[in-house]
Write a protein that binds this ligand. Sequence first.
Ligand code: C2E
Ligand code: CA
Ligand code: CA
Length: 534
Amino acid sequence: MPVRVDLAEVRRALENDELVPCFQPVVELHTGLLKGFEVLARWQPPERGPVLPENFICLAEENGLIGLLMQQIMRKAFESAPVLPEPLTLAVNISPSQLRDLSLPGQIRDAAEKAGLPLDRLVVEITESGILDNLERARKITTGLKAIGCELALDDFGTGYSSLSHLQSLPFDALKLDRSFVSSMTNTRESRKIVAAIIGLGRSLDLLTIAEGVETDEQAEMLLWLGCEMGQGWLYGKPSTADRIPQMVEAPPRALSTALSLHGDGWVVSSLEAFPAQRLAQLQAIYDGAPVGLCFLDSNLRYVSINKRLAAMNGVPVEAYLGKTVEEMIPEVFAEVEPFLRRAMKGEAIQDLEFSRPANNRGKTDATNMVSYQPALDEAGEVIGLSVMVADITDRKRTEDALRESENHLRYMVELNPEIPWVMDSEGNNLDFTVRWTELTGLNKEQTRNLGWLEALHPEDVEPTMKAIADALHSGEPIDIEYRVKCVNGGWKWMRSRGSPRVGPSGQIVRWYGSLEDIDDRKQLQEALLKFRM
Ligand code: C2E
Ligand code: CA
Ligand code: CA
């Protein structure tokens, strides 16, 4: 049970050298590798419970004892430096009031040198409130700390009255995201947005971002996803006494267990390799160069972005879309697409919808679009907008329609035509007949294939027919032959077969197309005439 204390007790504790440093691991989120420790002051008066830093630190600060406190903690912490393998760092905290003391850099340098801790492995954590008190002095001290070789971290970032110009003008190397944001981040979108903005800000100013108070895998994962590099918190270790440093150093790294599975194969890792600005430029190039129309709609169905292709499809410049709603931009089809947009907003991925768009006042003719809606989820799985893909399939659609129409024409022609079309390959094998052949001869497709159709011929006509075909195959001249065919009813029918070759691109015959004509009536008439003349 933590206890409350008064000033006299704090003073006595400092005189008796009762304060001890504890060490909390700071790790790289992506790998879980230990990067260093933050030194935190601990005080447990003899025969009493521990006193929280928040209780004794402000007492010390308010009463001019903080310098003494820092020296005591630093001395003891730096004594642990020999067990701290290179390049692990040590971070110490500086209270706001200490930023008035121009001798601070010198004190820190002396303490580090005395303990043999290289200054480039020392990080000094400063809170914003200290800076705002007296900016000029803060600038001198921070510059002095940089001059002796320390790294500087801005502590508790986001809780105070941050002035972005100070952040930029003072020589910070890192930014520590306050744990209050980390703890609320997984619950509310607002804190998530703040965290994302802080991390983005840190990265754009080239500052290392360190998240404080990381307690769960979920938080670590989300931080990593948002681009944060380092983490500190109970997930990686509570502040522990110096004797436990070797154990903490030896502990296997605690890498993320689920990050990659949650966000897909390695995307998280590779996405962090490039800086956001670079990433954005790459994405923009892919976006604009895509052969399909792409846009992103927010939850109010407003265009957040649109690629050149989609804008061009509608004949309106990209800028005209931004901030406008779908209803405003494509009123002619909105009623039709709206139900699908709403479903997608509820999380359903909708693929390959076909819409025809009437000719509009932008001078376009009727168009057919193929549309897909993909809900975009934030780190917590909530739909924040839709990724839309639109392909203009007007030409394909027209070709398909035309093809279907000409196919229909052909079918009608074949059906109405009394002749029987056939197809033969360049070797003289039959490939196809219409059903009318089967109706006539009773031979089905299988029986007719290749040379099977000769079965239907009158025995006397087989040889001359084969010869005529062989001649035609050889010469490439059109076929024109007459033969008798055995009908299903048992009788014979005279038929005339005529066909022509189709020549391929390199001049060789690829197919023969032709048709059979029923010439039986004419033949019988001819025979009757012949008999009559005789
Ligand atoms: P701080 O610099 O923000 O230190 C981080 C605080 O968060 C520490 O509290 C640490 O114990 C706590 N913490 C670390 N990980 C977690 C976590 O996962 N969950 C939660 N809930 N808490 C976590 P602590 O040690 O009580 O220190 C409080 C504050 O006292 C520090 O905040 C720092 O501002 C100040 N302080 C501590 N030691 C010193 C010191 O030697 N000198 C000065 N000037 N200030 C100190
Ligand atoms: Ca700190
Ligand atoms: Ca802090």
